[in-house]
Design a protein. Structure first.
Length: 721
């Protein structure tokens, strides 16, 4: 038994370092893949700000927050890194970084702590001040302090320092040093045996070779990165690789592939809410259009990128986009707008002391100025470009600046200075060694081979993903087939029952709008038509009374009366454009689809009825629609019916010696309250106040309006004139 326990303890001791290493590697991957999520977790796990004037004070604060001092210090180191991440948007991030750097300087106790601090200082200077030479000195110091460390934390820190050093040297056009550090970054990634970190380092090398126009080498590293990333399910890594591939296909002039990869990357970054990198995708697409001389399309995408950079508050990216827009407008023949963007770019580069970017921006300003024959402006910016190019030892840019300067002096008639500039240009050309091209890396066959490898790895990744999806789909399909069979059996039964119920419902709906005694469309049919959202609103509604036949169902029996009403309804329907409803014997409701006056309607109804039992006086109440001008006020069908009833009652009051109609129409300024409940009361008040216009075929003074009981003694005749 003792031997067994010793064996278990030995296994735990062996496994512990491995688990410890994997935890640190997983944290490093999360910082690269999901920086915003990690930032939120860290901010939620510790209480900030932390003020400590000594290590002892910090240890007490760590204990109060439930951590050991080294655990809390590690969280603060990670938090500082995240504040300096290009992908994290945090209010006052640089001020918070300064406070954390001061705290880490106080609580640092080991060479690792000091190395981490110097790395963070270098990162802070590069990100906030863009003083890259000063940042390099801090990184070099950080690397010297940690060079001999072999534990997992030291290896991860060395790997990070080499990556940042490679990026800084590349920005400063120190390509040899950049390549050395990027290769060391890859070597340490292989030592850590993490596919994610190896893929990241291979992608960084691919990016370096792409910048140097060594496209076959770039494709080789991207191919390896893609192969390794296929084993991962990391959306940021995938989108970032797609962006890099878009850039290299752009440089290879494979325009369709470049645009496709850029759009795929944009989708990935959009899902991750990374506007900063979406801007890079827009820039790649813009450059593709620029290379094809489609300058208008290029400008559109540059402006899209600019909006994303503005939203992300990325000033350097905005400056680079201003530069690109200046170039695009220049090539599009709009030098004035070109100058506006280039000067905006210059202001930001000057404020950030970005001399390496100023060189190229001043050169472009000089070029545009020469094209616009602004010789003094060309002289000024070619001199500025020359000064910075000499400081940065950029020979090609010095030559270009001298060419612009010479041309400006000649057109300004400053011959002595023009000759001096030419002498300097000749001397510089003579001192520049001839660059021999290396044919081994850039042959079309090598490029084709690398492109094929890249495509193979991409397809392998898709195949692996599809295989996994297929296996899952099979399981789901089997379950789905069983479920579908059960649902089908239940569905068939329900369908049969639904068919029976639907037929019954349709029959019930049809019967619902029929007047039960006569079997003709009645009041409910009218209400349904008026309130249906799917049908056109009628131009007017009218209530037609065949006054002498209102009691015909009693005097001649329902069978005879129903037959007569059916004939009359058909006669009215054929004579008018609209629908006809029977409300009760001798009373029809018209839903009119034509604009018609009261007199015309009365005449048409008389002609129609004269042929079919027309021995009666006709009285009509008419409402032009809509009742109110405001379309947002909807009145119910019952209100419409009640209002037209009132007009018919008014028409009946004119007597049966002749046919009569009465109509009312609300004026534009009439409020909705005139159609409120109780309806007759409010309509009566509306007539009294002159809010309703009354029209009739008879004498308005003889109209007797239906009265609300409390108003029965009022005289309305004068108000309706």
């Amino acid at each position: 038994m003792r031997i067994f326990f010793r064996f278990v303890i030995l296994l735990l001791l062996v496994a512990a370092p491995s688990t410890y290493a994997q935890d640190h590697i997983a944290l490093e991957i999360k910082l690269k893949e999901s920086p915003v999520e990690l930032l939120q977790e860290l901010q939620a796990s510790i209480t900030l700000p932390i003020s400590a004037t000594s290590l002892a004070t910090f240890e007490r604060i760590a204990s109060e927050q439930g951590y050991r001092a080294d655990e809390l210090k590690h969280k603060l180191q990670l938090l500082t890194r995240l504040y300096l991440s290009a992908y994290v948007k945090e209010q006052d991030k640089y001020r918070k970084t300064e406070a954390l750097l001061s705290l880490l300087e106080i609580i640092g106790a080991t060479a690792y702590d000091e190395s981490y601090l110097q790395m963070l200082k270098g990162r802070y200077i590069a990100r906030s001040q863009h003083d890259y030479p000063l940042a390099l000195s801090h990184y070099d110091q950080a690397l010297s302090l940690i060079e001999s460390g072999q534990d997992i934390q030291a290896q991860l820190l060395k790997q990070l320092i080499h990556y940042h050093l490679g990026s800084l040297h590349r920005i400063l056009h120190q390509d040899k040093l950049a390549l050395i550090h990027l290769k060391l970054y890859r070597d340490t990634s292989y030592q850590l045996r993490s596919d994610y970190l190896i893929a990241h380092s291979e992608s960084a090398l691919g990016n370096f070779y792409n910048k140097r126009d060594q496209l076959s080498l770039a494709l080789q590293h991207y191919s390896e990165a893609l192969r390794l990333s296929n084993r991962q399910k990391k959306p940021f890594l995938k989108a970032n690789l797609q962006l890099q591939l878009a850039r290299i296909y752009r440089d290879l002039e494979a325009w369709e592939q470049a645009i496709q990869y850029a759009h795929d990357a944009d989708k990935g970054f959009k899902a991750l809410n990374m506007d900063r990198l979406r801007s890079h995708c827009m820039t790649v697409i813009a450059m593709v259009h620029a290379n094809k001389n489609n300058w208008n399309q290029a400008i559109d995408y540059y402006l899209n990128a600019q909006q994303l950079d503005y939203k992300a508050q990325n000033m350097m990216a905005q400056a680079l986009n201003y530069h690109n827009l200046g170039e695009a407008y220049f090539n599009n023949g709009n030098t004035q707008t070109s100058f506006e963007f280039l000067f905006k770019s210059n202001d930001i580069f000057l404020a950030r002391k970005s001399n390496h970017y100023l060189v190229f921006n001043d050169l472009l300003i000089a070029q545009v100025a020469i094209a616009d024959k602004k010789w003094r402006l060309a002289k000024k910016h070619s001199a500025l470009a020359l000064h910075n190019a000499e400081k940065l030892n950029l020979k090609d840019e010095q030559i270009e600046a001298l060419q612009y300067q010479s041309l400006a002096y000649r057109n300004l008639k400053q011959s002595d200075k023009a000759f001096a500039t030419l002498d300097k240009l000749i001397a510089l050309n003579l001192s520049t060694p001839e660059i021999r091209e290396t044919p081994t890396d850039y042959t079309s066959s090598v490029l084709a081979e690398q492109k094929l490898k890249l495509e193979v790895h991409r397809l392998q990744g898709e195949s692996s993903e599809l295989s996994s999806q297929l296996a899952h789909s099979r399981q789901v399909s089997i379950a789905a087939v069983i479920l579908v069979c059960l649902i089908s059996l239940i569905g068939m039964k329900l369908w049969r029952r639904k068919s029976v119920l639907a037929a019954g419902l349709l029959e019930a709906k049809n019967q619902n709008v029929i007047e039960p005694v006569s079997g003709l469309p009645g009041y409910k049919g009218f209400i349904e038509e008026l309130e249906s959202p799917d049908k056109d609103t009628p131009h007017a509604i009218a209530l037609v009374s065949l006054t002498g036949q209102l009691n015909a169902d009693l005097s001649q029996g329902s069978q005879c009366n129903n037959k007569m009403n059916n004939i009359q309804l058909q006669a009215l329907a054929h004579s008018l454009s609209g629908k006809v409803y029977l409300i009760r014997p001798g009373l029809f409701l018209l839903s009119l689809r034509e604009t018609i006056s009261g007199g015309e309607l009365l005449k048409k109804c008389r002609i129609a009825i004269d042929k079919d039992y027309g021995d009666t006086a006709i009285h009509i109440g008419i409402l032009p629609l809509p009742l109110l001008i405001d379309p947002d006020i909807r009145l119910s069908g019952e209100v419409h019916f009640g209002a037209v009833q009132m007009t018919l009652a008014a028409a009946l009051s004119l007597g049966q010696e002749a046919d009569h109609y009465v109509s009312i129409k609300a004026l534009n300024f009439a409020p909705a309250a005139i159609f409120a409940t109780p309806l007759y009361l409010h309509l009566e008040k509306g007539i009294m106040r002159g809010l309703l216009k009354v029209d009739t075929s008879g004498d308005k003074k003889k109209i007797i309006w239906p009265r609300w009981k409390s108003h029965e003694h009022l005289d309305l005749t004068e108000l309706t004139q």
